[in-house]
Design a protein around this ligand. Structure first.
Ligand SMILES: [Zn+2]
Ligand SMILES: [Zn+2]
Length: 413
């Protein structure tokens, strides 16, 4: 009997132990599964909240930008006909940027376009107008990796294709498919994907946007100067005291050249001196300009390099007469279509004169230009002689047509 009771107790204990153990296992499993479920819910919940926040932010930003819907922009309709119009704010498609213009600069090319009403290569009306600007990114299209909202940038007015015969030879300025962008005189400007990829640069914090906007013309000046194959200490004559003549002058002076500036107007004399000209010849008479420039060189030898920055056939001919034997002439200024020059073939051949012409800029000279501006030795402020609001644009161009002493006016939208 005792044995039976003992066996019953033992069995009973085992059963209880088994039940307890199984119960514990079940509780453990339930707790573990419960934990996992809670963690998953928390992680997924956080993800959902994060994506909702980011989506909400994007929607708000988008709404702020496009809710306004329209912006003020200058539209060129024809000869001396620029109107400030209310047009839709551009949207950034894939690879594109929308930039809020900080400052746009007037330019000799724009003045030419204003006077003629078109530019065969760059602009056909009705069209957005202006091509030198720097600003702040407000929208980056899908796939843009190098730029984001809030970045300060200078987006150039063109970009080469990178694939044609000329691009392959490093002559991107001659690209068969150079893509131009206009619309700088506006509150916002759309930057096409190719320009974003190839010719948009970050502006360092210490560089004001209106200085950064000088990158485009300065890139042309740097290109023209480098193309003239200068050596430090060379004597360089620069014909023309317009914005680009003064820029090439300044670049040449900073590179250690002796610069003779040939200008017409009083205001240009002052500017040329300030920007580093060693000598200034002020005259409207071509023969006098040639004589006086030669007289400034040893034994009337002539200058090492003459750069024409007027864009007039007479000035091209003048440049050829200023250089020494073995010298280089750069026909930098573009003349009107259909014009021709007369050159002394004997002099060019027997004096071994190199004739060059430089058009536009390349991605490399754009980068050099911004580095010059950011470097501190380049007097960017000297090139911006006035400020005006967008709605004053017409008046600004009328004034520039009268050949005022203004170099560049910053148009602030
Ligand atoms: Zn320009
Ligand atoms: Zn190309």
């Amino acid at each position: 009997m005792a044995g039976t009771v003992k066996a019953a107790i033992l069995r009973g204990r085992k059963t209880v132990e088994t039940v307890v153990e199984e119960g514990l296992n079940t509780v453990d499993t339930v707790v573990e599964v419960g934990f996992n479920t809670v963690e998953t819910v928390v992680v997924e919940g956080r993800k959902k909240v994060e994506s909702a926040v980011s989506l909400g932010r994007k929607t708000v930003e988008h709404a702020l930008l496009h809710g306004r819907g329209t912006m003020q922009a200058a539209v060129l309709h024809g000869r001396e006909d620029v109107r400030i119009e209310q047009i839709p704010i551009p949207k950034a498609e894939a690879g594109e940027l929308v930039v809020q213009v900080g400052a746009a600069l007037t330019c000799g090319t724009d003045l030419k376009v204003f006077r003629r009403g078109y530019h065969a290569r760059m602009i056909v009306p009705p069209a957005l107008f202006g091509h030198e600007q720097a600003g702040t990114v407000v929208e980056a299209g899908e796939g843009v990796e190098d730029f984001a909202s809030g970045n300060r940038v200078v987006a150039l007015n063109s970009a080469p294709c990178g694939q044609c015969y000329f691009c392959a030879r490093g002559q991107e300025n001659l690209c068969d498919d150079l893509l131009f962008n206009n619309g700088a005189y506006a509150e916002f400007i759309r930057i096409p994907a190719r320009i974003v990829a190839k010719n948009t640069l970050h502006v360092p914090d210490h560089v004001p946007l209106e200085h950064a906007a000088l990158t485009e013309p300065l890139a042309c000046a740097v290109h023209g100067f480098e193309d003239s194959r200068p050596h430090p200490g060379d004597t360089v004559a620069i014909i023309g005291g317009g914005p680009l003549g003064l820029m090439i002058l300044h670049v040449a002076a900073l590179a250690g050249c002796q610069v003779i500036a040939i200008v017409k107007h009083d205001g240009q004399v002052e500017a040329a001196r300030q920007l580093g000209a060693t000598h200034v010849v002020q005259t409207t008479n071509i023969h006098k300009a040639i004589r006086e420039t030669r007289a400034l060189t040893e034994k009337n030898r002539g200058v090492d390099i003459a750069i024409e920055a007027v864009g007039a056939p007479e000035a091209w001919e003048e440049a050829v007469e200023m250089v020494r034997k073995g010298g280089t002439v750069n026909f930098f200024g573009g003349c009107a279509v259909g014009t021709h020059v007369r050159l002394d073939t004997n002099r060019i051949h027997y004096s071994d004169i190199t004739l060059r012409a430089t058009f536009h800029h390349t991605p490399a000279t754009c980068r050099k230009a911004l580095n010059l501006i950011a470097g501190g030795r380049f007097q960017a402020g000297a090139f911006i002689t006035g400020h005006a609001h967008l709605y004053e644009l017409n008046r600004v161009f009328q004034k520039l047509m009268k050949r005022s002493s203004e170099i560049k006016t910053a148009i602030v939208p």
